[in-house]
Design a binder for this molecule. Structure first.
Ligand SMILES: *[C@@H]1O[C@H](CO)[C@@H](O)[C@H](O)[C@H]1NC(C)=O
Ligand SMILES: *[C@@H]1O[C@H](CO)[C@@H](O)[C@H](O)[C@H]1NC(C)=O
Ligand SMILES: *[C@@H]1O[C@H](CO)[C@@H](O)[C@H](O)[C@H]1NC(C)=O
Ligand SMILES: *[C@@H]1O[C@H](CO)[C@@H](O)[C@H](O)[C@H]1NC(C)=O
Ligand SMILES: *[C@@H]1O[C@H](CO)[C@@H](O)[C@H](O)[C@H]1NC(C)=O
Ligand SMILES: *[C@@H]1O[C@H](CO)[C@@H](O)[C@H](O)[C@H]1NC(C)=O
Ligand SMILES: *[C@@H]1O[C@H](CO)[C@@H](O)[C@H](O)[C@H]1NC(C)=O
Ligand SMILES: *[C@@H]1O[C@H](CO)[C@@H](O)[C@H](O)[C@H]1NC(C)=O
Ligand SMILES: *[C@@H]1O[C@H](CO)[C@@H](O)[C@H](O)[C@H]1NC(C)=O
Ligand SMILES: *[C@@H]1O[C@H](CO)[C@@H](O)[C@H](O)[C@H]1NC(C)=O
Length: 660
């Protein structure tokens, strides 16, 4: 007692502490998801005050690994000291589900630091996907990250690492940040960060959270220009143009200008081969941070490859202006910021972001199908390497066991889950796969009945469904309706009670002695008997149906003896009785539903379409015999707790009951 109290207080304390951490995290970093991939516990990174969590709940696959101790001191970020690596599977995906939902802009950053974590001293190369589309190829030996501005069209965002045969994919950390405003959004595609500069910063090498509330990482950049800075407060009130970007004042307080008004600021570069086909978009941030004595405003125009694309930009003291370029491509790219003739002041630049445009050519699977298949995966605890990310797209990573049609959007049209260790009922999610044409559930431990919606589609012949070897006997000849089951159940329950009163007295003496004996041997005998009943065997144990002990509505009841000596009563369905078949099924189903702790019974259920039998443990005389004979009229008085079920190819299934 004392121990359990202690244990309880401990776990209470632990959960309070955990709750506290979670609350702190939520308050500290709203709109953030920060995952230290491969970490064993959550913590707050001292460097930047960001709360990191482990990857639990974001991914099911992969191994936690620590970077080599030889290089661990090169990088003092806790989040890069371990990685999650993916030696198995072609595609492994993290699922992020931000609170703010779909159709919002998110910054997503995947961080990689190989640091010889596997001792092979060989940097792997692999692909990164955002949802169903290619994002980047990763192949770095040094600390690096890939970052995008992404507007998801679904509640779940998948970040996938794809093995392209050039080494084992790994990841160090994964970060998501939510933008409050509708910024960094394209009509189509997404932005991939190439550079983000705080121009003129010299006191540190970069700025990120908490100075930047969106945790953009701004690197210090000093071109060969004049540097200026101020300590005055930048006007960040919501009236001005740059307010929605929430560029921190600290970043805007430093800047560079050209030497004099007649010299433009040039930004020019030759894109690397991998980016040579990309379009570029540049975000410029300007603020006047000098008190100009001339009385003239700083004023300039911006050109791309000698082609002017803006109206004149005029700056007012301490009021920021954001300018977004139009997309530009080519093998050599030039931006020039040039003072107008009336300005008399050199052009200025305070901060700049360079992005390329990523395309989203692949359309994801229809959301209803995705939801349904994920429901099926969760209910049946399906663990398959390929069951990650989108089920159909890209088509060469389609989930194992399903096929899709590739219209717009793609749909799941066939699903094979045969012999997949599924247990329990047929989940309704299956009927939500509305374009399914083929469904194979054979060879699973499934019980219950087929959902009406699926049954209807089978009847209409729009769905080809296989249930061979499951305990669901319903499709060939439709199961009794659910309603009917209740109709039978009520009188049955009533008659069970009545029957019990009479039977109990009669059997009490026999029982008390026998019960103990059976209870003791129960577990063992169940194991021994745990095998399917074939028709031939039923015939043998009943001595070729030699001894009739009763006759009921749909057939005779025979006496039999199993190989281990257990005496049984075998209730056969007469082959002619169509009505009997339904009742027989009803009884079989009722026996699965009705539970009663005091009655001992053992049931074999054989349904191979020609021969059907119920096999009971025969443990009493007259009354029980009478009951067995009468079962169709009065309902069975059997209480069963299902323990074991086995199936065989002839379609027989055997169920065994335990008693309390
Ligand atoms: C997504 O958000 C944008 C901007 O807020 C809005 O204009 C658009 O209608 C939204 N689209 C959908 C499908 O909700
Ligand atoms: C501002 O300029 C001064 C003098 O040039 C320099 O010492 C200081 O580090 C600069 N501040 C920043 C934030 O770069
Ligand atoms: C601007 O600077 C350039 C190069 O230093 C110089 O040749 C030119 O005379 C200067 N113009 C003015 C107006 O100061
Ligand atoms: C400045 O004036 C010159 C000569 O009139 C003209 O060629 C040039 O385009 C003007 N520059 C700007 C930025 O307006
Ligand atoms: C899958 O398809 C994409 C695009 O068609 C291709 O680049 C990639 O190499 C393929 N991957 C595999 C494993 O076949
Ligand atoms: C999917 O299609 C392939 C090729 O046609 C076939 O071999 C496979 O059995 C199909 N799988 C399912 C689940 O229908
Ligand atoms: C089913 O379960 C058995 C035993 O746990 C296991 O050996 C087998 O691999 C599983 N099969 C599938 C398809 O999951
Ligand atoms: C269902 O799958 C099993 C096992 O793979 C196979 O033997 C059977 O033929 C399939 N049924 C149908 C109707 O395709
Ligand atoms: C169901 O699918 C199996 C396997 O693809 C096929 O052999 C059988 O003919 C199909 N049945 C119907 C009714 O379409
Ligand atoms: C079938 O499932 C039931 C419960 O759903 C379980 O008790 C039984 O052990 C399972 N039988 C087999 C053979 O896995």
């Amino acid at each position: 007692m004392e121990r359990s109290t202690t244990a309880f207080s401990f776990s209470l304390l632990a959960s309070l502490a955990l709750g506290f951490v979670l609350v702190v995290r939520a308050q500290q970093n709203p709109g953030f998801i920060s995952i230290d991939c491969g970490a064993t516990n959550a913590y707050i990174e001292e460097e930047n005050n960001i709360a990191y969590e482990t990857d639990e709940g974001f991914i099911d696959s992969g191994n936690n690994m620590q970077v080599s101790t030889e290089v661990i001191y090169e990088n003092n970020l806790q989040s890069s000291k371990n990685v999650r690596s993916f030696p198995n599977g072609k595609r492994n995906c993290y699922t992020l589900r931000p609170d703010q939902g779909k159709n919002k802009t998110y910054l997503i950053r995947a961080i990689f630091w190989y640091a010889n974590y596997d001792g092979k001293n060989q940097t792997p190369q692999f692909d990164l996907y955002i949802d169903v589309n290619y994002w980047a190829t990763v192949s770095y030996s040094t600390y690096c990250y890939k970052e995008i501005m992404y507007v998801p069209q679904a509640y779940d965002i998948q970040v996938c690492l794809v093995n392209t045969g050039n080494g084992v994919p790994f990841i160090s950390a994964l970060e998501l940040r939510t933008f409050d405003d509708d910024i960094y959004r394209l009509r189509s595609g997404f932005l991939q960060t190439q550079e983000r500069y705080d121009i003129g910063l010299s006191s540190k090498s970069f700025i990120r959270y908490p100075i930047d509330v969106y945790d953009r990482i701004w690197a210090a950049q000093n071109y060969d220009w004049s540097t200026v800075n101020t300590t005055a407060a930048i006007d960040l009130s919501d009236g001005n143009d740059a307010y929605k970007y929430k560029i921190p004042g600290e970043i805007l307080r430093t800047a560079q200008t050209s030497m004099n008004a007649s010299i433009p600021l040039y930004l020019q570069w030759t894109p690397s081969i991998s980016l040579s086909t990309k379009k570029w978009i540049v975000y410029f941030y300007f603020v006047e941070i000098e008190r100009l004595t001339s009385g003239l405003q700083r004023e300039f125009t911006i050109s791309i490859n000698d082609h002017r694309f803006t109206k004149t930009v005029s700056l007012e003291y301490l009021k920021p202006v954001a300018v977004v370029s139009s997309p530009v491509g080519g093998s050599f790219i030039t931006f020039s910021i040039e003072s107008t003739n009336k300005s008399g002041n050199p052009p200025i630049l305070n901060a700049v972001e360079f992005y390329t445009v990523g395309d989203l050519p692949n359309v994801p699977t229809a959301q209803d199908d995705v939801k349904a298949i994920n429901g099926i995966k969760a209910t049946y605890l399906i663990k398959r390497e390929s069951w990650q990310g989108d089920p159909c797209v890209p088509s060469n990573y389609t989930w194992d066991g399903l096929n899709c049609s590739y219209g717009n959007p793609p749909r799941i049209i066939s699903l094979k889950l045969s012999s997949s260790n599924l247990t329990g009922d047929i989940v309704s999610s299956l009927s939500h796969l509305s374009r399914l044409e083929y469904l194979n559930l054979s060879g699973n431990n499934l019980t219950g009945s087929v959902p009406e919606a699926l049954k209807k589609r089978v009847m209409e012949k729009t769905l080809n469904m296989s249930l061979t070897g499951t305990a669901i006997p319903c499709l060939a000849d439709p199961c009794p309706q659910k309603k009917k089951k209740h109709d039978i159940l009520i009188p049955v329950v009533a008659s069970v009670s009545g029957f019990l009163v009479i039977l109990f007295g009669a059997l009490a003496v026999v029982w008390l002695s026998k019960r103990k004996q059976i209870a003791e041997s129960n577990k063992r005998t169940l194991r021994l008997k745990n095998r399917p009943f074939k028709y031939g065997e039923v015939s043998r144990v009943t001595g070729n149906f030699g001894r009739v002990i009763g006759e009921g509505g749909f057939g005779k009841v025979y006496h039999g003896t199993l190989d281990n000596g257990t005496v049984v009563a075998v209730k056969m369905l007469s082959e002619s009785s169509k009505q009997g078949y339904k009742e027989f099924q009803a009884e079989a189903q009722l026996l699965m539903i009705v539970h009663h702790g005091n009655l001992v019974s053992l049931l074999g259920y054989c349904d191979d379409s020609k021969h059907m039998a119920l096999i009971y443990e025969y443990m009493a005389n007259g009354n029980l015999r009478q009951h067995l004979s009468d079962a169709t009229n009065r309902g069975p008085a059997k209480g069963l707790d299902m323990e074991q079920e086995t199936t065989n190819s002839c379609g027989c299934s055997t169920r065994f009951g335990l008693f309390a």
